[in-house]
Design a protein. Structure first.
Length: 151
């Protein structure tokens, strides 16, 4: 069976950052890697779930909202996927940083934190989302982002 593209990346060389996972016509899949794979430092479910609710809401309400196809966590608990249509890499990087800053500045309930809106609404915490987003924003601001996986 043919291996999928993400399994061809050497995860032992990945560091936190933002990468282009694949391009399919006008759709680009971004790997928002918040943790180092296989280092034993994984996001817990509450953190992933909380970031998912906050980031998805802010990014879909941004000026690029109509270009967002998907935002969600990686099963390996080391980051998130963001699928965008017709947006440049530079615009996506600026958008991701802007969304992270909005999450850090936000005060209020986690978006979608009710029984009617979420199937596990009690498993959300704004402080966890802010901690992860602050950590990731620091990574993105401290390095040059070329969007390529290490060879």
């Amino acid at each position: 069976m043919k291996r999928i593209a993400s399994f061809t990346v050497d995860h032992d060389k990945l560091e936190p950052g933002i990468y282009v996972s694949r391009r399919d016509g006008d759709v680009t899949t971004y790997d928002l890697r918040t943790r180092t794979p296989n280092a034993g430092d994984y996001m817990d479910n509450r953190t992933m779930h909380s970031v998912e609710h906050m980031f998805a809401t802010f990014v879909r309400n941004s000026e690029y909202g109509d270009s967002v196809l998907y935002f969600g966590p990686m099963g390996c608990q080391t980051g998130f996927y963001l699928l965008m249509r017709d947006v440049s890499d530079g615009e996506v990087l600026a958008l991701v940083k802007d969304v992270l800053q909005k999450i850090l500045a936000y005060e209020g309930p986690v978006f979608g934190a009710s029984r009617k809106e979420c199937g596990n609404y009690k498993n959300l915490d704004l402080a966890d989302a802010k901690r992860e987003c602050g950590r990731y924003l620091a990574v993105l601001e401290s390095k040059e982002n070329d969007f390529r996986y290490e060879e």
